[in-house]
Design a protein around this ligand. Structure first.
Ligand code: ZN
Length: 163
């Protein structure tokens, strides 16, 4: 089973590593889709700048406070996900900044590339593994120690052994 997992992971890392070389957007595809949805809804929200880093964002259901320097919104979605919420998108788009600049670095293309730069190396089958006798010592099974207390006399319910 471990060899199957090893083979699967080798293939997965190799395929994704090749794919990422041709991918040129600053964030992953799923995050790009999330940002596209949020930016489409952002026009329904009105943001007012306070003169520093904060914005008062009001819209149909409620109003929120967005801080672009700290990357926070009072709806807390930005802090939890690391992706600007629709309120933050309204502020960012109003400034003319790219939304991808405000996404957590965990979703960046550079992080994806660094994930797949390392690789798994192929391993031989079990018959080609070195024997412990060839290493210079014989590995013995661990010594068993009798547990303290009186041994159990009744069998466990549903157990395989009878005493
Ligand atoms: Zn928000």
């Amino acid at each position: 089973m471990l060899e199957e997992i090893h083979t699967y992971q080798m293939e997965r890392i190799q395929i994704r590593g090749q794919w990422i070389k041709n991918y040129n957007y600053p964030v992953s595809p799923l995050i790009k889709e999330t940002l596209d949805k949020a930016s489409a809804k952002a026009s329904a929200w009105r943001s007012v700048w306070n003169g520093e880093h904060s914005y008062h964002v009001s819209g149909p259901p409620d109003q929120y406070v967005v801080n672009l320097r700290d990357k926070t919104c009072s709806c807390r979605l930005w802090q939890i996900q690391g992706i600007p919420c629709v309120h933050a998108c309204a502020c960012i788009l109003k400034n003319g900044h790219p939304l991808t600049k405000y996404v957590s670095h965990y979703y960046s293309r550079e992080t994806m590339v660094s994930l797949y730069t390392h690789m798994l190396y192929p391993i031989n089958g079990m018959h080609n593994w070195p024997k412990t006798s060839e290493v210079g010592f014989e590995l013995q099974p661990p010594r068993t120690k009798r547990q303290r207390g009186r041994p159990r006399k009744k069998r466990r319910e549903g157990g395989h052994f009878q005493v």
